[in-house]
Design a binder for this molecule. Sequence first.
Ligand code: HEM
Ligand code: HEM
Length: 542
Amino acid sequence: MATATDSRRPASKGEKVADWADGRLGIYGLAKANMRKIFPDHWSFMLGEICLYSFIIIILTGVYLTLFFKPSMAELVYDGSYGPMNGIHMTEAYASTLDISFDVRGGLLVRQIHHWAALIFIAAMAVHMMRVFFTGAFRKPREINWLFGFLLLVLGCIAGFTGYSLPDDLLSGTGVRFMQGAIMGMPLVGTYLAMFLYGGEFPGDDVIPRFFSIHVLLVPGIMLGLLVAHLILVFYHKHTQFAGPGRTNKNVVGMPLLPVYMAKAGGFFFLVFGVITVIAGAVTINPIWVLGPYRPDQVSTGAQPDWYMGWTEGMIRMMPGWEWVIPTGHTINFGVFIPLMVVGVIPIAIALYPFFESWLTGDKREHHIADRPRNVPTRTAFGVAWLSWVFMCMIGGGNDLWATHLHLSINSITWFVRIGFFVVPPIVFWITRRICLGLQRRDRDKVLHGRESGIIKRLPHGEFIEVHEPLAQEEMHTLTAHEQYRPLEAGPKVDENGVVRKQGVVERVRTKLSKNYFGDAGQIPKPTAEEYREVTSGHGHH
Ligand code: HEM
Ligand code: HEM
């Protein structure tokens, strides 16, 4: 607390600087209002932080790479420290990536960190997205932030693809060629689009400089803007919290941003940087010198995209090579076009999921308490089914690797994936829902009958029973805090005048889906206070 002597004490240098800045920026008020902001705590909230820190690491290392990378497709004859390539024709882009790897001080490490950070960044985004999905943290008011996040994920993948296309080695060139084929597969516009993007016939001289601008400027610039908006919205909406005593939809229980989270976050940044650096130092990624420069007349048989593009590759590989020559003489290549459509439609469905759920529940309230995945079995089952589907596609994308590593026929793997593509997600959906319902039943039993203590007691008349301990009040609260929707009732068959009312298709679908989500097959009713009293008041409390 300030005393009279304190107030007369001359201001320290730090205070003077702070006063100077406050006079111009008003930081005292800003800091006072925001620095003590309370954040709830849960280990899964750190996933968003991993996205943030790996993105910062990517930018730092990316800037270093731009100092040496030459985004040019002009040809030269290599003459550098990597002996086996001396005398070979290649583009400046490839030669400069070889230089970064062999001649620039710290270059190889920085390249490796950049690449590893990109892999981890997109993995962290995917897992962060799953956390948000499975806990329903996308519900009102966070739908827009879900969309911002979704765009970040899509742009992250584009950044990754354009990035690993830059070195112009055989692997990256194969990827660029793959993309050109995919674009050309679009009916009517495909050829024009491909010509536009590649500046003429493939490969031309333009694609690497263009990808470079997209990679270092356009995409990261948009991502930075989205990221700032994303974090401002997290701050503004406040973070969701899991149910617990004293936590409601109207408060936030946790620690202040300063000092607690600032210290934690600062430390965590260095931890993430350290771990990525150790991985980058120890595990080779993209050794561009192995396959040599890209030549359009060669294809790398071992070409694999980075993990986050594997599912798109999988879809192309599993699709039969159907094509149709229409009477005008044009060919429609369904083998490419259909996967391309699916690649577009599935992510859009995921982006719109929050809107679908709010339409289904008709709930207009705000939600700040995170769901436990088991308490919304149908949503959780959807999420896991979707993951299983991505996983099937990824197996398809690496069909050659599975074949060589497990000594299997590549055709059997392709057929396995073709069938699994349709069959696995419904099975996974069903199993996940059963597991969630089972867990809900267990919670219900725990609340009503307490926890199994492992103590066996013999009653006077000889019966053996296991003693059940009642749960602590807090746990009881946590297990029963979730709300349960009731399925929508179909509207009356006749209107107020007794005239038969036609039920629209949309209304029928909505009622049916709602029954599936929230009906008897979709959730186990949580125990009511009466049930609890009934069970605990009289006999049978064991
Ligand atoms: C550059 C990528 C991203 C960064 C740096 C980032 C960062 C963060 C951070 C730090 C938080 C608060 C802590 C946490 O809940 O983990 C957060 C929350 C959130 N993020 Fe992201 N995120 C990114 C991508 C995404 C993606 C891909 C999605 C979903 C599609 C998403 C949706 C959300 C939502 C809805 C919240 C609010 C969650 C809540 O209040 O519980 N974010 N994000
Ligand atoms: C989300 C953002 C980004 C992702 C996911 C990403 C990813 C990648 C990947 C995977 C590579 C290939 C690395 C390799 O050679 O093995 C790459 C290359 C490169 N990136 Fe990025 N990057 C991103 C942002 C940036 C930024 C902001 C810059 C610069 C300001 C940058 C500069 C470069 C350069 C110059 C290369 C070519 C050099 C090389 O291949 O080693 N990147 N990027």
